[in-house]
Write a protein that binds this ligand. Structure first.
Ligand SMILES: CC(C)(COP(=O)(O)OP(=O)(O)OC[C@H]1O[C@@H](n2cnc3c(N)ncnc32)[C@H](O)[C@@H]1OP(=O)(O)O)[C@@H](O)C(=O)NCCC(=O)NCCS
Length: 171
């Protein structure tokens, strides 16, 4: 089930992200695996702002979550994570679809995100969900800022891509 996140979900969301991120350690990216999730206070802000949804199990335990920013007039997936034991069951697709619905309802034309180009469960998965890679010339000012911030955080920009999926009329 997908429902809006509540402030009380924040620590569970952080636990999901730590567990999901561990997968990067298995493919030689320990720095990504070790990256700490954002603070509970920030996650509470997303919940209160109506820009966060969780996937839950039968007893309402959080097993996945997604948070969204508004970037250059598009809904931008800041983070999406599903607990390893629950991956491959359609929850990632459902969380992304929830964001697409929200974006369309809010009148945004597209959903964007940044991700790893060569990690199988990143770019190829999003391509499967209908996202396309943006060329450098297509990057809007705030997307460029996000790329620069990622580089400052130690991510090699050559390994990253910005992706976009149209969900409404082009403006
Ligand atoms: C990315 C992530 C959220 C996906 O969650 P998930 O619950 O496993 O995703 P789903 O089971 O809904 O799969 C989504 C779709 O992608 C497909 N898919 C899975 N792996 C794929 C791959 N390597 N290449 C192409 N498509 C893939 C699935 O088959 C599914 O398509 P379908 O619904 O048509 O069968 C999850 O893998 C995760 O938490 N990863 C670690 C954290 C992370 O990398 N987050 C993203 C940061 S940008």
């Amino acid at each position: 089930m997908i429902r809006p996140a509540r402030p009380a979900d924040a620590e569970d969301e952080r636990a999901v992200e730590r567990a999901a991120g561990a997968r990067f350690g298995e493919i030689g990216m320990p720095h990504v695996a070790a990256h700490e999730p954002m603070s509970a206070d920030m996650l509470i802000g997303y919940a209160l702002g109506g820009r966060s949804w969780v996937a839950t199990d039968a007893v309402d335990r959080v097993v996945g979550y997604v948070i969204v920013d508004v970037v250059d007039g598009c809904a931008h997936i800041e983070q999406v994570s599903v607990r390893p034991a629950d991956q491959g069951k359609g929850l990632g697709r459902a969380l992304v679809a929830r964001v697409e619905r929200w974006a369309a309802d809010e009148g945004f034309s597209a959903v964007t995100l940044t991700t790893f180009k060569d990690v199988s469960w990143n770019r190829p998965l999003y391509e499967h969900l209908g996202f396309t890679v943006l060329g450098d010339a297509e990057l809007t000012p705030e997307l460029l800022q996000i790329r620069e911030e990622e580089t400052r955080r130690g991510l090699d920009p050559g390994t990253r891509v910005c992706m976009r999926k149209q969900v409404g009329p082009t403006r």
